[in-house]
Write a protein that binds this ligand. Structure first.
Ligand code: DGT
Ligand code: CA
Ligand code: CA
Length: 571
């Protein structure tokens, strides 16, 4: 179990306590513990198994250590479950509204008795919020406008949450002695950035044991529907999950069918028809005789198609590539040699330069760039020219003492609202690696956003545009960007584009990453790590790159540092 999974539960517990109006010290204790847990490099669940004392960690006392033990050994968290019983689920949905935190939700719940997004919407429309102390007409209007976004997104989970849940459940189903094969299908298998629901397939001579196991699973809240071969459950996170139990001889066909996408399947089914075959979730049939179905490879082969990596199954270009015999060999996580976006204690990171370098080396990376924030991001203790130069001196000193990994002096430089760079050119010129980003003013009109991005792209020292749109999936829309204009300028000016691997960003998205590839723009997959555990998100970035059809060659940080340097502007 990943530390992040435990940290998220403590964060949620703190939110619930805050909504309830609990003692601030107690709330802060959970938040501090969550921070400690997510920035610790050792796996807490491993430490529990080894019977180590968790109170050795700052902020983890006896009570919290017990809770961690319960989460990791039983997959349960009774303190959290107890609180959840006291606060309706709809109240938590309010936290998804941009600009609304537990403090505000506490007021909505305790003072106005609101229990859901619908309640809140009605209260805003009736002007009840603006009558509260500390709330004005403006706040009320902005909350009302943002409820729509929260409602729209509350149905879809991030790929990281979806995968964490799906993988735990698959793991537990696999332990059943009666079970044959178990696998994740649907959008989660296609690694889509958000999942509407989870789809799991299993083979078993009797559907009873897997369905009983799922019904009793600690992640499951309730069974919505149970039939002979299909069961639908709701997880405690609100996500829903379909389990289908299928015969062995149909497993491949069912995987093909339920992995989707629907659009991909429409074409596959038509291809089968053209060959006089019938394709459904049970197999490929000629007249009524099954000719394939046990494995996905057989199913595709029977229709004269290659096996498609699930990430490509969107009916974009996969059939055109298959027909030409040119399915791309997609980049894998093992291809990645460097990570070029991360933070340290110099700005808002939790680890030092040295700790980040060593953690990166342990993960097998050969080079990194330290890219702390520039001064505009004062909330994150961003660096001005003086502090940055000192920071780079530190990096240069430390890199002499660490072997097995190279460290570049980088900066994540803000592109200011007035379309100037946050640091002067002579400072940027001294960097090994400059990431330019938008953090503020994301809602400016498209013209101004483009003016800002063009400032960065045409700056002689900018190497890459980081998390281009600035979106936070499910929470904040990205800026209004004219991508064809931007990507063309990036290609002309030898500027690379980042796929930010954080699951709440995944920015560039798959479509724009594919467009960048078409223009020959090197893509860099970066973790934007803020702690030694931040590197874990790399896989989400790689998956997004795969969905864009990128090969090892298309991704610049699969190269050795020497080869990578040849792609830089200054070279
Ligand atoms: P999601 O859950 O919205 O993120 O997206 P999916 O792709 O997981 O969609 P879901 O869960 O509705 O169904 C899983 C797969 O099953 C879907 O990708 C294709 C297949 N499927 C489901 N219903 C239909 C259908 O009515 N027609 C076809 N052709 N395929 C279907
Ligand atoms: Ca699904
Ligand atoms: Ca489904």
């Amino acid at each position: 179990m990943k530390n992040e999974f435990i940290a998220v539960q403590f964060e949620l517990l703190a939110d619930l306590l805050e909504i309830q109006g609990a003692n601030p010290f107690r709330i802060r204790a959970y938040r501090n513990a969550a921070r400690t847990i997510s920035s610790t490099s050792e796996s807490l669940s491993d430490l529990v198994i080894e019977k180590q004392d968790l109170t050795q960690f700052a902020g983890i006392g006896k009570d919290l250590a017990k809770q961690i033990e319960e989460i990791t050994t039983k997959g349960q968290h009774s303190a959290l479950e107890e609180l959840r019983k006291q606060i309706p689920g709809g109240v938590l949905d309010m936290l998804r509204i941009p600009g609304v935190g537990p403090k505000k939700v506490s007021v909505f719940f305790n003072e106005l008795g609101l229990k859901s997004l619908e309640d809140l919407k009605a209260a805003c429309e009736a002007g009840r919020l603006s009558k509260l102390k500390g709330f004005g007409k403006k706040t009320e209007e902005s909350i009302l406008a943002n409820i729509a976004m929260a409602t729209e997104h509350s149905q879809r989970a991030s790929i990281s949450d979806a995968r964490a849940a799906a993988e735990l459940i698959v793991e537990d189903l696999q332990k059943l002695k009666e079970i044959g094969q178990v696998a994740v299908a649907g959008s989660c298998r296609r690694r889509k950035e958000t999942c509407g629901d989870l789809d799991i397939l299993a083979t078993c001579s009797d559907s009873g044991p897997p369905m009983d196991c799922l019904a009793a699973h600690p992640l499951v809240d309730s069974v919505l529907q149970r039939g002979e071969t299909k069961q639908r459950v709701r997880l405690k996170t609100g996500m829903e999950l379909d389990l289908r139990v299928v015969p062995e001889e149909s497993f491949g066909a069912a995987m093909q069918y339920f992995t989707g996408s629907k659009e991909h399947n429409v074409v596959v089914r038509q291809r089968a028809k053209d060959l006089g075959l019938k394709l459904n979730e049970y197999g490929v049939f000629r007249y009524d005789v099954q000719v394939a179905g046990r494995t996905e490879e057989d199913v595709y082969a029977a229709i004269g198609l290659p096996w498609f990596p699930p990430e490509l199954r969107e009916n974009r270009r996969e059939f055109e590539w298959a027909d030409a015999g040119k399915l791309p060999e997609l980049v894998t996580i093992a291809d990645i040699k460097g990570d070029l976006h991360m933070h340290t204690t110099a700005s808002d990171g939790a680890a030092t330069i040295e700790q980040m370098a060593i953690a990166a080396r342990e993960r097998g990376l050969k080079y990194i760039a330290i890219t702390d924030h520039s001064k505009r991001v004062s909330m994150a203790n961003g660096l001005d020219a003086n502090r940055l130069r000192k920071h780079w001196d530190d990096i240069r000193r430390i890199r002499e003492t660490i072997s097995g990994i190279e460290i570049l002096c980088g900066i994540e430089c803000d592109i200011l609202e007035d379309a100037t760079m946050d640091l002067p050119d002579d400072v940027l010129a001294e960097a090994d690696w400059v990431i330019a980003v938008l953090h503020y003013g994301l809602k400016q009109p498209g013209d101004q956003i483009m003016k800002r991005l063009m400032t960065a792209v045409t700056n002689p020292h900018v190497d890459i545009i980081g998390h281009c749109s600035g979106r936070m999936i499910g929470r904040r829309e990205g800026a209004d960007i004219n991508f064809s204009e931007l990507l063309k300028a990036a290609a002309d000016n030898q500027v690379m584009m980042e796929i930010n691997a954080h699951p709440s960003r995944l920015d560039l998205d798959d479509i724009h990453a594919a467009a960048a590839k078409d223009l020959g723009i090197p893509i860099v997959i970066s973790t934007d790590s803020h702690s030694v555990n931040g590197f874990e998100v790399l896989e989400y970035g790689v998956d997004q790159a795969r969905r864009a059809g990128l090969t090892k060659d298309d991704v610049a940080n699969t190269r050795t540092l020497k080869e990578f340097r040849k792609l830089l502007k200054s070279s």
